[in-house]
Design a protein around this ligand. Structure first.
Ligand code: FAD
Length: 323
């Protein structure tokens, strides 16, 4: 049996951030992830300056490859608005690997199936033992499944169905474009340029509404691709998009039970307006670590529920600097 002070299940932004802060406090941490890193994670890869600040990453000095945007180009109902705001794009393939390695935690590839209690410890698949367990395994997190599902049943109204592809592309337009509610999509589509000649295009929308309309995200994908070609943004013939689903922030009642915690997508923390999940995953990972180290309450109440609050703060701060 392998023993650690804390086992973190999932090495995405929630898990790696939690592991990083636990390690910094001298806690012996073992991260278990079913994937070998670097791994593919379906995600547009938009990160906010607030998320980078939480990670203590200076975008100007970081070895990570990022594209900085000084505005977002928003399209709605035939209108276009430039929203002046500093935001960034990263490639999750690189970003998640960087964060996990930086955490300095022990890492093992292992697909977790069963977790149970043994006295004050948690046993994972009969092979790993720890006093603390952190569930950061995303939507299908086994810690959520084992201990929290009945306490925090996820609502189908908060489920987002997303469809996307990231591929090498010699993009010419360096702006990040977002199209809201195009062709009846109950959500938005995106064009996100990435560093070193990559692009991510995709869309996400309320899963229950898409189903109610008898549609599938695939149908909206076709019109997105047609639009990108018409607007001369992307013309590509190697499409192989993939789908994934996750949950927007809802009423989350219980996120800690004894020494078991859940963080990030395993809770369902993506913002209600934009489906931004990386920042909330990082914040919750930090808070879980703080609670384990100091014994403080683990509350997610202060994690932002709307990305618009961040945009407003960002615009205000930029105006202050410019004045
Ligand atoms: C198409 C799409 C686009 C998105 N775009 C954005 C965006 O641009 N900006 C943004 O902020 N958010 C975006 N999101 C949301 C964002 O990707 C998630 O909110 C974020 O990844 C959550 O991080 P996490 O660490 O909680 O989970 P994850 O990043 O999903 O990490 C979970 C980890 O757990 C591991 N795992 C799962 N099950 C097990 C198991 N049984 N045993 C061991 N390991 C396991 C997985 O392999 C994975 O590495 C997008 C989501 C999708 C689907």
């Amino acid at each position: 049996m392998k023993v650690a002070d804390a086992i973190v299940i999932g090495g995405g932004p929630a898990g790696s951030t939690c592991a990083w802060k636990l390690r910094a406090a001298g806690v012996d941490v073992l991260v278990l992830d079913r994937a070998i890193f670097p791994r593919l994670k379906l995600c547009a890869g938009w990160v906010t300056p607030e998320a980078l600040l939480d990670l203590e990453i200076d975008p100007e000095a970081s070895p990570l490859n990022m594209v900085a945007f000084d505005k977002l180009v928003l399209h709605w109902n035939g209108h276009t608005v430039n929203l002046p705001t500093r935001q960034y794009s990263i490639r999750r393939y690189e970003f998640d690997d960087f964060l996990l390695r930086r955490s300095a935690a022990r890492i093992e590839q292992h697909n977790v199936r069963e977790i149970y209690r043994d006295g004050s410890d948690y046993i994972v698949d009969g092979r790993y033992r720890a006093r603390y367990i952190v569930g950061a395994g995303g939507t299908a997190c086994p810690v959520y499944r084992s201990f929290f599902r009945t306490l925090n049943a996820r609502s189908s109204q908060s489920q987002i169905a997303a469809y996307e592809q990231e591929f090498p592309y010699d993009w010419r337009d360096p702006s990040c474009h977002l199209w809201f509610f195009d062709d009846g999509l109950p959500g938005y589509a995106w064009y996100v340029p990435k560093a070193n000649g990559y692009i991510n295009i995709g869309l996400g929308g309320a899963a229950d509404k898409i189903k109610l309309r008898g549609g599938h995200v695939r149908d909206y994908w076709r019109s997105l691709v047609t639009k990108l070609e018409r607007q001369d943004l992307v013309c590509y013939d190697g499409y192989d998009p993939r789908g994934y689903s996750y949950y927007l922030r809802d009423n989350v009642d219980v996120v800690q039970l004894d020494n078991a915690y859940i963080a990030g997508d395993s809770v369902g923390l993506a913002t209600r307006d934009m489906g931004e999940g990386i920042g909330p995953a990082i914040s919750s990972g930090l808070l879980a670590a703080q609670s384990i180290v100091t014994g403080s309450d683990y509350s997610l109440d202060k994690i932002h529920k709307y990305s618009a609050t961040g945009f407003a703060k960002n615009i205000f701060e930029r105006r202050k600097v410019a004045a």
